[in-house]
Structure formats: structure tokens, C-alpha cells
Design a protein around this ligand. Structure first.
Ligand SMILES: C[C@@]1(CC(=O)O)C2=NC(=C\c3[nH]c(c(CCC(=O)O)c3CC(=O)O)Cc3[nH]c(c(CC(=O)O)c3CCC(=O)O)/C=C3\N/C(=C\2)[C@@H](CCC(=O)O)[C@]3(C)CC(=O)O)/[C@H]1CCC(=O)O
Ligand SMILES: NC(=O)c1ccc[n+]([C@@H]2O[C@H](COP(=O)([O-])OP(=O)(O)OC[C@H]3O[C@@H](n4cnc5c(N)ncnc54)[C@H](O)[C@@H]3O)[C@@H](O)[C@H]2O)c1
Length: 293
């Protein structure tokens, strides 16, 4: 069957949301106040090499602490930005300073050098914006209002965080271990094997409860691959855990099941009202039948 190309359903005026891989890339951070300290936190989490330029008296306690505790990741210079030479070999530049004029100057130099740049709080100077972030190990959630309401993005972040159960990051890292063991066994990229591998990974993610992945250890992963992948089926948690109880066994059914796409059509959203409706209809029919007799 031929698929028809469809126009993008999303309206224009948005931005590209990506997970930028900064491991061992060089980042210049100009400024050392509160905002800079938040940037440092995110950059350290991304394993970047950071150069900070800021007069010492302008460093806030958090930035100072990061500089002291991460000498292998952070090179600190007690001075202001001096000119284009500061940009040498930089992959990314961030300014978090209280002078829009100085930020503009730095941004113009970055544009000439074709280095992506963010100037905190000056949207028209930014190649990209930061967003409100939730991090739990490999789970990263970014909420962006695309410049419309940063405070609202932060408030929505709090709501999203409150809806998480706390084990998602660990479960996802175990899924990462399973995937990499599977890719070790079956390293082919693309083709029929690649498609089969993706399908099997998707099935296990759809069919297992997220919480159960937490308990995966090396033995269980090997068993899952031997009894699951090799036989093209999805074993149950109990089958691979050698009697270990499932972490989700104490939960109410379906409470932390990650739902496959469109499953809400069949999930509690629709199923409960439908069940109520059917039950109601059966009772009504029984009453009417009883009356007719
Ligand atoms: C999300 C967050 C991430 C971070 O910086 O790490 C972030 N701002 C945060 C907080 C915050 N910033 C401001 C307030 C005061 C209340 C308010 O204005 O809402 C608060 C609230 C607070 O401090 O609680 C003032 C503000 N911000 C910008 C302007 C300039 C302008 O709009 O013209 C003005 C002055 C406006 C004025 O003068 O009125 C601009 C930007 N700020 C962005 C990011 C980018 C757009 C992100 C997006 O839209 O999603 C963008 C475009 C550029 C950038 O800096 O990357 C972080 C929350 C982190 C967290 O708590 O999780
Ligand atoms: N995006 C956000 O989340 C957000 C939130 C609040 C404030 N801001 C903005 O971010 C900027 C920084 O905020 P802050 O609270 O961290 O400011 P701050 O005043 O605490 O720190 C600014 C630092 O920049 C240093 N500095 C100034 N000019 C410099 C230069 N040319 N080279 C090197 N260092 C220089 C100062 O010594 C100071 O340490 C401000 O413009 C503020 O309006 C952004």
C-alpha cells in the first residue's frame, strides 16, 4: 500500500527539542552568579568540559562549590570575557551576566565563529533556549514555553514531577542494560534482524510493568534474552526472576504500567465507563424481562 505524504500537523513558530550530546565537548560559560550555577549543574550532568570566566567577587556560593569540587571538568579564570580568543575551540557558549551590552558583543563574536550561543534572558540573542528540567538518571524531561512564560514552564515542571513515581530513572537504566546486552548479541544495524530486535524490545517495554525492570540483574537479563529473544516471545517477570517477587506485585493492577500508544482507548479511560454501561444495560434488561413475566 502506498502511503500519502501528509503536511506537518504542528503549527510553525516552535523550536527543535533535542538531547544535545555534550560529552567531552568544550563549553564557555561567561558569568558566575546564580544563573551560571544552574548552567554548570546541567553541563556537569552532560559530561562537558567547562571554562568559566568571571571575576571572583562575582561568583555565587554554588558556582564556587562546583569549581572547587570538579577541577578536572571545570577550568576557572578570575576575569571578565576579554575578546575573540576566548572562543578558540569552543563548541558552545553561554552567557549569564548582568550586562546585556557585553552579552550582545559576545554573541556577535559567536555568530562570526559559528558557535551556538545562549544569552540568559535575552531571547533575540539566543540560538536556543533553556527550559525547566526534570532529571532522574537517564530520564530527562524538558518543559519549554518557547519563550512565552518561563515561570509557567517551571510550575508545569513541578506538576509533572509530582506525577512521577520515583523509580522511572532506575527502570530506564535497566532497560538500557538489557538493550545493550541484546545489541551485543545481535549487533546488526537495520535490515530484518534490526527490525526484529526493535519489535522485541518494544514488546517487552509494552508488556512488562516499568517497576519490574528495576529488579533486572545480569542473570535475569541473560534469562530474558535466552528465553525471550532467542524464542521470539516475551517471558513473564516470574519466569526470569527465579521466584523473586515482582516489585510491582504489591501495587494495584495497572497502576504503573506504561501504556502502549493508543492503549488509552482500551485502558481505564474508556474501559471503566464501558463496563459500567454494559453492567447497567444488563441490569435494566433483567428488570424489564422480570416485569414482562
Ligand atoms: C525555564 C528556565 C530555564 C533556565 O534558565 O535554566 C528559563 N527561565 C527560567 C526562569 C525565569 N526566567 C524569568 C523568570 C521571571 C518570571 C517570568 O518572566 O516568567 C523566571 C522564573 C523564576 O526565576 O522562577 C525571567 C525571564 N526569562 C527570560 C526573559 C527575557 C524575555 O522573556 O524577554 C525574562 C525576563 C522577562 C521580563 O523582563 O519580564 C527568557 C528566557 N528564560 C528561559 C528559561 C528561556 C525561555 C524558556 C521557556 O520559555 O520555557 C529564555 C527565552 C532564554 C534563556 O534564558 O534560555 C528557568 C526556570 C527553571 C526552573 O525553575 O526550572
Ligand atoms: N534564564 C533565567 O532563568 C534567569 C533567571 C534570572 C535571571 N536571569 C538573568 O541572567 C543574568 C544573570 O543572572 P544572575 O542572577 O546569575 O546574575 P548575577 O548578577 O548574580 O551574576 C552575573 C555575574 O556575571 C559577572 N560578569 C558580568 N560581566 C561579565 C563579563 N563581561 N565577563 C565575565 N563575567 C561577567 C558578574 O561578576 C557576576 O558574577 C541576568 O541578566 C539575569 O537577568 C536569567
Amino acid at each position: 500500500m502506498q502511503t500519502q505524504p501528509v503536511d506537518s500537523p504542528s503549527p510553525s513558530g516552535g523550536s527543535l527539542m533535542i538531547a544535545w550530546q555534550l560529552k567531552d565537548k568544550r563549553v564557555l560559560l561567561v558569568g558566575g552568579g546564580e544563573v551560571a550555577s544552574q548552567r554548570v549543574e546541567h553541563l556537569l550532568g552532560a559530561d562537558a568540559h567547562i571554562t568559566i570566566l568571571c571575576p571572583e567577587k562575582g561568583l555565587c556560593p554554588a558556582t564556587k562549590m562546583y569549581i572547587d569540587n570538579h577541577p578536572q571538568r571545570i577550568s576557572y579564570y578570575d576575569r571578565r570575557f576579554t575578546g575573540p580568543a576566548e572562543l578558540h575551540k569552543m563548541d558552545l557558549v553561554l552567557t549569564a551576566i548582568d550586562s546585556p551590552a557585553a552579552s550582545r558583543e559576545i554573541v556577535e563574536l559567536c555568530r562570526k565563529a559559528k558557535i551556538p550561543v545562549n544569552a540568559a534572558d535575552i531571547p533575540d540573542l539566543c540560538d536556543f533556549y533553556f527550559g525547566a528540567q526534570i532529571r532522574d538518571g537517564p530520564l530527562q524531561i524538558l518543559i519549554s514555553s518557547n519563550g512565552n512564560g518561563p515561570r509557567i514552564a517551571a510550575l508545569i515542571k513541578d506538576k509533572v514531577r509530582a506525577s512521577l513515581e520515583g523509580h522511572e530513572g532506575l527502570a530506564i537504566s535497566k532497560i538500557g542494560q538489557l538493550r545493550s546486552q541484546l545489541k551485543g548479541r545481535v549487533p546488526e544495524i537495520g535490515g530484518a534482524t534490526g527490525r526484529k530486535r526493535m519489535k522485541w524490545m518494544s514488546r517487552i517495554c509494552n508488556e512488562w510493568r516499568l517497576k519490574d525492570f528495576i529488579a533486572l540483574d545480569d542473570d535475569m537479563i541473560q534469562k530474558l534474552l535466552d528465553e525471550g529473544w532467542e524464542k521470539n516471545r516475551v517471558p513473564t517477570f516470574e519466569e526470569v526472576s527465579s521466584g523473586k517477587p515482582s516489585p510491582s506485585s504489591l501495587d494495584s493492577p495497572g497502576s504503573d504500567k506504561v501504556q502502549p500508544p493508543n492503549s488509552h482507548l482500551f485502558g481505564s479511560n474508556l474501559l471503566l465507563p464501558l463496563a459500567n454501561f454494559v453492567a447497567g444495560a444488563v441490569v435494566m434488561a433483567a428488570i424489564m424481562l422480570a416485569r414482562q413475566r
